[in-house]
Design a protein around this ligand. Structure first.
Ligand code: ZN
Length: 201
C-alpha cells in the first residue's frame, strides 16, 4: 500500500520528484543541494537555447552521460537534459521508478505521439518551487541513439512518456512554463521569484 502511495506522488512530476521529501537524511539532502548547484536555473540563457545534434559517439560523450546520470541521481530527479548543465548537446537521461533502467537518449526524435492527452503536475530541477499542470500525449514513440551510437526505438507511456517529452523540450529551449496557459504562468512566476529570492538571501 505504501508503495502505491509513493508511486502516485512520483507520477505527478516531470524531471523532479517531490522537492521537500521529509524523509531526506542530512547527508542525502546535502548531496542533493550540491548536485543542484550544477543545474542551470531559470534565467540562465542556456535554458532557452536549442541544443545541437551529437556527431561523435566517443569517450567524451560517454563521460558526459555518466556525469549527467550522477547529477540526476544525487538531485533525486527522474530526468535531466544536457542543456540543464550548460552542455548544448541533444542528450538526455532518465530513470523512472526505483526499479527503472537508467536510459540515455542521444539525438532523440519524436516519431509518433498518440491522440490521447493527459494533464499532470510537473516540476523541473531548473525551476525551483514551480509545480504546474502540463498537458501532454500519453503515448509516444521516439527514435534515438544510445551513448555508443546504437539505434534505439522507445515506446513509452504514462510517466516515462511524460519525462521523455519534458527532457526533449529542454533540448529545444522549451520549459514547462512555455507549456501552460498565461494565467497559470503568472502564478508560477510569482512562486519561482519567491524561491529564487529566498535562495539568494
Ligand atoms: Zn526540467
Amino acid at each position: 500500500m505504501a508503495e502505491e502511495v509513493e508511486e502516485h506522488v512520483e507520477e505527478q512530476f516531470g524531471d523532479e520528484v517531490e522537492p521537500e521529501r521529509p524523509a531526506l537524511d542530512p547527508e542525502t539532502a546535502a548531496r542533493r543541494a550540491a548536485a543542484l548547484t550544477q543545474v542551470r536555473q531559470f534565467g540562465d540563457p542556456v535554458l532557452k537555447a536549442k541544443a545541437v545534434p551529437v556527431e561523435r559517439f566517443d569517450d567524451q560523450l560517454r563521460a558526459e552521460v555518466a556525469r549527467m546520470a550522477g547529477i540526476m541521481g544525487d538531485a533525486i530527479g527522474v530526468g535531466l537534459a544536457a542543456t540543464q548543465l550548460g552542455v548544448m548537446h541533444r542528450v538526455l537521461v532518465y530513470k523512472v521508478g526505483e526499479d527503472g533502467l537508467l536510459a540515455a537518449l542521444v539525438n532523440p526524435e519524436l516519431e509518433w505521439a498518440g491522440d490521447d492527452l493527459e494533464e499532470a503536475e510537473e516540476g523541473c530541477l531548473s525551476l525551483p518551487g514551480v509545480h504546474v499542470d502540463v498537458e501532454r500525449p500519453v503515448r509516444v514513440r521516439v527514435r534515438a541513439r544510445d551513448e555508443h551510437g546504437d539505434k534505439l526505438v522507445i515506446e513509452a507511456s504514462g510517466l516515462e512518456a511524460r519525462v521523455i517529452q519534458h527532457e526533449m523540450d529542454h533540448l529545444d529551449g522549451v520549459l514547462i512554463l512555455d507549456r501552460i496557459p498565461r494565467s497559470a504562468r503568472k502564478e508560477a512566476m510569482r512562486e519561482l521569484r519567491e524561491m529564487l529570492d529566498a535562495r539568494a538571501a
